[in-house]
Design a protein around this ligand. Structure first.
Ligand code: IMP
Length: 203
């Protein structure tokens, strides 16, 4: 099975390729770059699934007819911010904001939130569209809490602020191997792999 990823990020394509190989699935993962680049999509739907669909459909239009396309969208959802920054996680402090600026804005927004109101979850949404436009969605969530200051230098985005449930360390302190077992992306991906294994799709 040939699978095209709705991202221009070559690292994501490699990461997905590795994960499929580890799951024992003979899937050839391609980046949108092989099709001349990911078509520009304004992620304006306000939902993770809606944004995934926009990206997947844009790529579906230019991908080879018998291939599959996969889009992902993820972010951090904080209880005290009614699920924010959510779909705006990457641009929380404004378009072009750095991860550090986004983290500073989050700490500020949660400044008055007491410990019991600092619950949060990372969400990863995946949406796959097949050759006959059949669609499947998968959700992975990782629950935890937001600290009052950054700890650790591993990872990216909000990792140094987020302590996953059952742990005392942030994603910024935990090893990438530990994060890979707990993360929202790993969970969404596991659902996708199960679905592929159980479905009639022969690879
Ligand atoms: P994307 O949809 O995977 O590009 O993620 C959008 C934004 O969500 C990123 O720019 C980060 O700010 C945040 N985010 C998503 N996943 C993670 C994670 O695993 N750790 C930290 N931040 C994340």
């Amino acid at each position: 099975m040939d699978l095209y990823l709705a991202t221009s990020n070559a690292h994501k394509a490699e990461e997905f390729g590795r994960m499929f190989a580890q799951a024992g699935l003979a899937i050839k993962v391609h980046s949108a770059k092989e099709l001349g680049g990911m078509p520009y999509v304004e992620e304006i739907t306000g939902t993770f699934t809606g944004n995934c669909r926009l990206k997947a459909e844009a790529l579906r239009r230019i991908a080879p007819p018998k291939s599959w396309v996969l889009a992902d969208d993820s972010g951090l959802c904080c209880d005290a911010l009614q699920g924010g920054p959510g779909v705006d996680s990457a641009i929380y402090a404004g378009k072009g904001a750095t991860d550090a600026q986004n983290r500073t804005k989050l700490l500020d927004a949660l400044k008055k939130a007491p410990a019991h109101k600092r619950g949060a979850r990372f969400e990863c949404h995946l949406l796959i569209i097949g050759p006959n436009r059949e669609e499947q969605k998968f959700l992975g969530q990782c629950w935890g809490r937001i600290l009052e200051q950054e700890v650790g230098t591993e990872g990216f985005g909000y990792d140094s602020l987020f302590v996953p449930s059952g742990f005392e360390k942030t994603f910024g302190e935990l090893s990438p191997q530990t994060k890979d077992k707990l993360s929202h992306r790993a969970k969404a991906f596991a659902h996708l792999v199960n679905w592929i294994k159980q479905s009639e799709i022969r690879l």
